[in-house]
Design a protein around this ligand. Structure first.
Ligand SMILES: [Zn+2]
Ligand SMILES: [Zn+2]
Ligand SMILES: [Zn+2]
Ligand SMILES: [Zn+2]
Length: 501
C-alpha cells in the first residue's frame, strides 16, 4: 500500500535489497523477479512538446537544445504563453494598393484594421510587449531570438569537447583492436595470406575504410584576470524596488544571461518532454515501453509489479505492547487472471541473506564476463556493469511473526464478479482467514513486538510471501503451456508505533 505525501506502510524488498512500495516496482517476466528503479535501465524513447504535442526526432531535439521551436514559457511565472490577437487601426494612405492582410473597411473608407499577434501569460499577465518585442503580423510569426554575449564562446567549447570525446573513443577502440586476439576457430583467407581488409580495399581501388584521426581544433584557453568592473556608484544610495528585481527562479530559467532586472525577461522556448522505456538490467528485456504517439498515455509493454504480485494492505492493528502478542489484519488482493496459493514464511536469516547476495553478485559477474568478450563497447556490457549492488535490507523487522499454520488460496481477479449476485462457494477456510470476497482475502496475523522497543519506536512486521504465479508468456518455443512458478517476495509492514506512557 502506498500513501501520497506519507511514508509507505507496506514495503516490498527489490531483488537488490532496496525497499519500495509496490507502486514503484516493476516485474520482469523473463527473470520472474521484482525490479526497482535502480535495477532497470532508463532509455529515452521519444521527445515531444507537452503543449503542441509535436513529436521531435532525437537529432533535431539535440540540435534545438531540447526545446520546442514554436511554444514559449512565461519568463516570469513559467506557465505556457498563449498567442493573443489584437486589431489595430492603420491609417490608409490614398495611393496605397490593397494589401493581402485581412482588413475590414470602416464606414468612411479611410480607416482599416489589421490583425496583430503577441504572446501573453494567462497566469501572471506578462506579455511579449513587456520585453519590448514588437507584435507580429502572422500567426506563426518568427519571434526574435535573444542574442547572448557568450554564445560563440560556448559553441566553440562545445565543439572542442565533442572532438576530444571522439578522439578518446577512437584511441580506445584502436587499443582494443590490437589487444583482442582472433576468436575464430578457422582462420579466414586474409589471416593466412597476411592480407588485411584495408590492403584488399586499396588493391580494389576503393577508399580506405579507416576514418582519419580526429584532432580537436585548438581553442583559446580562458585566462584568469583581476580586472573586474566597478559597482555602479548609486548601488548603496539608490532605494531598491524589489518588484523590478528578478527572482532566483526566473534567473535560473534563463540560464544564458540570468537577468537582474525584470525588463530583461525574455520568452523561453518550452523544454521538451520525453517518453521513457525501462529495460531489465539483467536480461535486457523491456519492462515498460510506452506508445510512440505523444498524445497517448497507453503502454505497449507495462510490467508494473502491481499487475503481477499480490498487493498487501494493512487494515487494522490493535494497540502494541513490547513483548506481548498482538494481531493485525492484512488484506491481500490478487491482480492476475489466475488463482494463487499464498504461503506466509519467515524472512531469510542474516546468513541466508548474505548467501543470496553472494549468489546474485556471482550471477552478475558471470554476465559481465559473457557480455564483454564478443564485442567491446557493446551496450550490453556497459549496462551490466551498472547493475545495482545487492545489499541487506535496511529496515529490519522489529517483531517476531507467528506463522499461519497453512497456506491459503487467493481467487483470480474477475471484474464482473463484483456485480454478480450468485453466492460464493463456501469452502473450508483456515481459521486465520477473517474475510473473503472475489479476489481479496483478509487474514489475521499474530506477532510479538521485540521486548526492547521503547515508546515511539516503529513496529515492523516482516515476512516472506510465497505465491504461485502463472507465466503466460513463453520465451522458448518448446514450452507452449503456461508455466506455473512459486515466487517469493519479502514484505515489510509498518503496523504502528509503541504508544507513549
Ligand atoms: Zn532493485
Ligand atoms: Zn511546442
Ligand atoms: Zn506568467
Ligand atoms: Zn529480466
Amino acid at each position: 500500500m502506498a500513501n501520497f505525501l506519507q511514508p509507505p506502510v507496506v514495503n516490498f524488498a527489490c531483488t537488490c535489497g532496496i525497499l519500495n512500495p509496490i507502486t514503484k516496482l516493476y516485474f520482469c517476466r523473463h527473470c520472474l523477479k521484482l525490479r526497482c528503479g535502480f535495477c532497470v535501465c532508463h532509455e529515452v524513447d521519444s521527445y515531444f512538446c507537452s503543449y503542441c504535442h509535436e513529436n521531435i526526432p532525437s537529432s533535431e531535439a539535440r540540435h534545438k537544445r531540447n526545446r520546442c521551436g514554436s511554444c514559449f514559457d512565461c519568463p516570469s511565472c513559467q506557465h505556457t504563453l498563449s498567442l493573443r490577437q489584437t486589431t489595430v487601426a492603420v491609417q490608409k494612405k490614398p495611393d496605397e494598393p490593397a494589401t493581402e492582410q485581412p482588413a475590414e473597411e470602416e464606414d468612411d473608407g479611410k480607416e482599416k484594421t489589421k490583425k496583430m499577434y503577441h504572446v501573453s501569460c494567462f497566469a501572471c499577465r506578462w506579455t511579449s510587449r513587456d520585453a519590448g518585442i514588437p507584435d507580429q503580423t502572422i500567426v506563426s510569426g518568427s519571434w526574435p531570438e535573444m542574442e547572448y554575449a557568450n554564445e560563440t564562446r560556448f559553441n566553440s567549447l562545445l565543439d572542442y569537447y565533442q572532438a576530444v570525446v571522439i578522439q578518446e573513443k577512437q584511441e580506445k577502440q584502436d587499443y582494443w583492436r590490437r589487444k583482442t586476439t582472433k576468436q575464430h576457430k578457422f582462420p579466414s583467407i586474409t589471416d593466412r595470406t597476411g592480407l588485411t581488409v584495408s590492403i584488399i580495399r586499396r588493391q580494389m581501388g576503393w577508399s580506405d575504410k579507416t576514418p582519419p584521426k580526429m584532432k580537436p581544433s585548438a581553442i583559446n584557453p580562458s585566462i584568469a584576470t583581476d580586472e573586474i568592473e566597478e559597482l555602479p556608484a548609486d548601488i548603496f544610495t539608490e532605494e531598491l524596488d524589489l518588484r523590478n528585481i528578478t527572482t532566483i527562479k526566473q534567473r535560473h530559467n534563463q540560464p544564458s544571461d540570468q537577468p537582474e532586472h525584470v525588463s530583461k525577461l525574455f520568452p523561453q522556448h518550452k523544454l521538451l518532454w520525453i517518453k521513457r522505456s525501462l529495460r531489465c538490467r539483467q536480461c535486457e528485456h523491456n519492462v515498460i515501453k510506452p506508445e510512440y504517439h505523444p498524445g497517448s498515455i497507453k503502454y505497449r509493454i507495462q510490467l508494473f509489479a502491481s499487475y503481477h504480485v499480490p498487493d498487501v494492505r494493512l487494515v487494522s492493528c490493535e494497540s502494541l505492547k513490547p513483548g506481548q502478542t498482538c494481531f493485525a489484519i492484512l488484506k491481500l488482493a490478487n491482480p492476475t487472471m489466475h488463482d494463487m496459493t499464498i504461503t506466509i514464511m519467515d524472512l531469510p536469516t542474516e546468513l541466508e541473506e548474505s548467501l543470496l547476495i553472494e549468489e546474485m553478485k556471482k550471477g552478475y559477474e558471470r554476465q559481465v564476463s559473457i557480455s564483454s568478450t564478443p564485442s567491446f563497447g557493446s551496450s550490453l556490457s556497459r549496462q551490466a556493469s551498472l547493475t545495482e549492488e545487492p545489499r541487506f535490507v535496511k529496515n529490519k523487522a522489529t517483531a517476531n511473526i507467528i506463522l499461519p499454520d497453512s497456506s491459503f488460496a487467493l481467487n483470480h481477479r474477475d471484474d464482473v464478479a463484483e456485480f454478480d449476485e450468485c453466492v460464493q462457494v463456501h469452502r473450508e477456510e483456515p481459521n486465520f482467514v477473517v474475510w473473503r470476497k472475489s479476489n481479496k482475502v483478509s487474514i489475521k496475523l499474530g506477532f510479538t513486538p521485540d521486548a526492547d522497543l521503547a515508546p515511539g519506536d516503529d513496529v515492523v512486521v516482516g515476512f516472506t510471501m510465497q505465491y504461485t504465479y502463472v507465466n503466460t508468456f513463453c520465451n522458448s518455443p518448446d514450452k507452449k503451456e503456461p508455466q506455473k512458478h512459486a515466487l517469493t517476495s519479502r514484505v515489510y509492514v509498518k503496523v504502528g508505533q509503541i504508544p507513549g506512557n
